[in-house]
Design a protein. Sequence first.
Length: 147
Amino acid sequence: MPDPTRRTVVCGLLAGLVAPVSLAACSSSTDTPPAAPPASTGGGGTAGGGGTPLAKLADVPVGGGTIVNGGPGKVLLVRPTENEVRGFDPVCPHAGVTVSAPSGSTITCPGHGSVFNASNGDVQKGPATTGLTPVAVKINGDSIVTA
């Protein structure tokens, strides 16, 4: 058997690294991931757990969003309704480019034009094939914090 070429070795390594990610993206779940549930408003939540502050609720307009630097790194915060916030990793799953803050009901990646639903992070237009990764957040008083 002839010695493998550099191209064969590199392609094999890349396939080995990409396959686990691809399989995870092919899960059969069609529900919204539990990591980004609607947040409650009362300062309730878990006992003693305020979470890491990310932003003031007033800084995220209803129907809009913003990208903040928080405890887990950058977080895209969206506020679909008055009493609901959701968080997403702002890195496009297609090519690793940071997406833009929401405009209307969509989030766009400036890299290759992928479009995501602003309220749930689902991909609406490729080239991305998966949605934005949820980041668990909640409302705590007048702040948005990690959940």
